[in-house]
Design a protein around this ligand. Structure first.
Ligand code: ADP
Ligand code: MG
Length: 697
């Protein structure tokens, strides 16, 4: 048998639609690495601008290099070989180069053995990199960017500015630069999503120019201009997508819920408290939506404890009066049970014929059957359950209102499932979120929804005492915990955030749990919950029942369990969490009448980290805290690592809130003039793609 040598693949002419594998020297591993960055085609590559620049100033010769100071140097190759490192066998190219005065310098490129073939003695090079001190104190250059100067070649781009791209494992910066070089001539073919008139009015670069200046700027200002244009385009796409989503919903009719004064009066009489102004305002906004022929699509955003449930109950009461059923979906069984009790409490006195039922997997089969029947027959006016169960099992013919708790946005698929249940048109939607965010950010992230905010807590809640605890004071924290447990209270301890994986996080939490149980609190009853734990709900229930003193948890407790007896929230590695998230954790305590404490334990108690934590200590209002955080660190950081479907670049642009409302207006007037965006196919296509790829519906 003869083995046929594989011919090198013929060079394919690149187009914007070419897969990245057509790029020069783009191996399968690189294709994978690029995919992780969302880069699949040449067009994607061009749209992926560098996030920053490194300045390598030109030095005269090797003698002027300093360790750890980025520099650019012109030199000549004397010798270059491919090698492997002795122990780990890493492939590398090693060269000796000399500057114009003949002073030698060692240069090493790891994982780039092919360079030894591409470079030859006598080649004149420009190198840009950061020199390090070698083993004997001599300087060497590791993985510098390089460009060969050949006769008649254009002046090398290496020099002042070098792009920094987001990288993932297996991607070399030099490679990205090469690929971008190969693809840049195609930039003129890119479709521009920003209409020409908008571009002119806003003084934005056309796409091709923005791509060129974004990747190869002659100055920092050019790069910024390119980024501004990219951010604008992304936000415009998003806003156009939101508006298209709204139109889709409007196209299909819902059952209007007529407003009845006597219903809200009865509802108020049935409460054992007075509604806050914010609650009243939100209820009013909801009632106005419900009266319409088109389905409500509203986000109710309010701090933990701001009383969102009562607002939802007021909506359900009005829907019930109009002969419509309501559905409340909670993320966990515990929360569903908590809702059941609260909705019953709010509604049963004034609306005795409004039956509130629960559907969760923990019910006996007979009970589940009974509830399903009650729902299907219309006898049950308000059904509370977990997401999963309700989607599968339930029929609700007169479903008029869906309330989704603890979720910003509800997926298209889920919505359509629920839509299919209703025979009375598209149900009105109310999403409740306990992550207060500034209005501008809500518009950027959830622009297809109308927004109501509960920016006011019910009166009489004692403020939670929040303290930043440096490592040396850990004992103080433990003493406080011990004292509270001694007084019959309960405690949460949150383990540090580990973003790499849930498995690692679970493991670290288990280790911390064991340490606390054995060494710190051997006499207390400790429990552990993490994302990987099957018995999560059982442990939470035991904590709720008071059978556990100290609950050690990963970020999973973020979802709102209500344990009025818990008075201490201690957060380990607090500096790793976003401020909004810290504030969320804090909201888990302070539910009862007792004074509660939030302890921010941190190993990094200096500078900016400390300043940020101090903000949480000083500010109790979630909306104010979010605004401060956004001002200090930008929107991306505020939202933490959560999936938000927006690039860092667009997030950064939200630093200027007025920009967003300008873009919103722009999108609105575009769609008003041309509802199908037929005149702007590039924008339409981009917006539709967003509708499909995110949960917007
Ligand atoms: P959220 O879901 O917004 O975190 P809840 O709806 O669970 O808040 O309400 C938190 C607590 O505050 C509940 O015990 C609720 O009965 C109570 N509550 C709600 N509104 C008021 C009010 N206006 N005055 C006093 N207590 C209220
Ligand atoms: Mg709630």
């Amino acid at each position: 048998m003869t083995v046929r040598r594989r011919q090198p693949a013929p060079a394919v002419p690149l187009t914007l639609r070419s897969p990245v594998s057509d790029l020069p020297n783009c191996a399968a591993s690189s294709v994978k690495a690029l995919d992780r960055l969302g880069i699949r085609t040449v067009s994607d590559l061009l749209r992926n601008l560098p996030f920053g620049w490194e300045s390598f100033s030109e030095v005269a010769g090797v003698g002027s290099l300093e360790p750890n100071v980025p520099a650019t140097l012109t030199c000549v190759v004397e010798r270059v070989v491919a090698k492997r490192t002795p122990r780990r066998g890493i492939r590398l190219s090693e060269a000796t180069v000399r500057d114009d005065a003949g002073v030698p310098l060692k240069v090493i490129w790891f994982n780039m053995p092919f360079l030894a073939r591409q470079l030859a003695p006598g080649d004149r090079l420009v190198l840009a990199g950061t020199p390090k001190s070698g083993r004997y104190g001599e300087l060497e250059l590791l993985n510098p960017l390089h460009e060969v100067i050949r006769d008649g070649s254009r002046p090398p781009r290496l020099g002042a500015l070098q792009p920094k791209y987001h990288l993932t494992q297996g991607l070399k910066p030099q490679r990205l630069v090469e690929w971008v070089n190969a693809a840049l001539p195609l930039a003129d073919g890119l479709a521009d999503v920003i209409p020409a008139a908008t571009r002119q009015a806003q003084r934005l670069l056309p796409i091709a120019e923005a791509v060129r200046k974004g990747h190869q700027p002659d100055s920092e200002a050019e790069w910024r201009e390119a980024r501004r244009r990219f951010a604008f385009a992304e936000l415009l796409e998003l806003q156009a997508a939101f508006l298209l989503a709204r139109r889709r919903l409007e196209a299909e009719s819902a059952s209007p819920v007529p407003y009845r004064q006597e219903v809200i009066e009865a509802f108020k009489r049935g409460l054992d408290f007075r509604l806050t102004n914010a609650q009243r305002r939100s209820i009013w906004e909801i009632y106005q939506d419900l009266e319409k022929q088109e389905a409500m699509n509203r986000l109710l955003d309010g701090d933990v404890g701001s009383g969102k449930t009562a607002v939802a109950a007021a909506a359900a009461a009005m829907a019930h009066h109009a002969g419509l059923q309501s559905l409340v979906m909670a993320p966990t069984e515990i929360l569903a049970r908590q809702h059941l009790n609260r909705f019953r409490h709010y509604l049963e006195a004034s609306f005795p014929d409004l039956r509130v039922e629960l559907l969760v997997s923990g019910l006996a089969a007979a009970e589940r059957r009974r509830v399903r029947l009650a729902a299907a027959s219309g006898h049950c006016g308000l059904l509370v359950g977990t997401h999963a169960l309700i989607e599968e099992e339930v029929e609700l013919a007169a479903l008029g209102l869906v309330v989704v708790d603890e979720q910003h946005r509800f997926g298209t698929r889920q919505r359509e499932l629920l839509r299919a249940k209703s025979r009375v048109g598209r149900p009105h939607f109310l999403c409740m979120s306990a992550t207060p965010i500034p209005r501008s950010l809500a518009l950027a992230l959830y622009g297809e929804m109308a927004l109501s905010t509960l920016d006011e807590l019910p009166p009489g809640r004692p403020a939670i005492i929040t303290r930043v605890i440096p490592p040396d004071d850990r004992e103080v924290a433990y003493q406080l915990i011990r004292r509270e447990v001694g007084a019959g209270r309960q405690v949460f301890i949150i383990c540090p955030l580990i973003e790499e994986s849930e498995a690692l996080e679970a493991k670290a939490a288990t280790v911390e749990f064991e340490r606390l149980r054995r060494q710190v609190f051997p006499d207390l009853r400790l429990g552990l919950v993490h994302g990987r734990l099957k018995e999560k709900d059982e442990v939470m229930r035991a904590f709720q029942a008071g059978d556990i003193d100290v609950l050690v948890a990963t970020a999973v407790v973020e979802v709102g369990v209500d344990v009025a007896n818990a008075t201490v929230m201690a957060i380990e590695g607090a500096e790793r969490f976003g401020l909004a998230q810290l504030h969320q954790f804090r909201g888990r305590v302070g539910r009862g009448a007792q004074q509660s404490h939030c302890l921010l334990l941190s190993d990094q108690v200096t500078g900016r980290a400390l300043e940020r934590l101090q903000l949480v200590a000083q500010i109790q209002d979630g909306f104010r805290l979010a605004a401060e955080d956004m001002r200090l660190r930008g929107a991306g950081e505020l939202m933490g690592s959560r999936q938000h479907g927006m690039s860092d670049l667009a997030m950064e642009a939200l630093h200027r809130p007025e920009l967003l409302s300008e873009i919103r207006q722009e999108a609105e007037s575009l769609l008003a003039a041309d509802p199908g965006l037929n005149q702007e196919p590039a924008l339409r296509e981009a917006a539709l793609r967003r509708l499909e790829s995110t949960a917007i519906s």
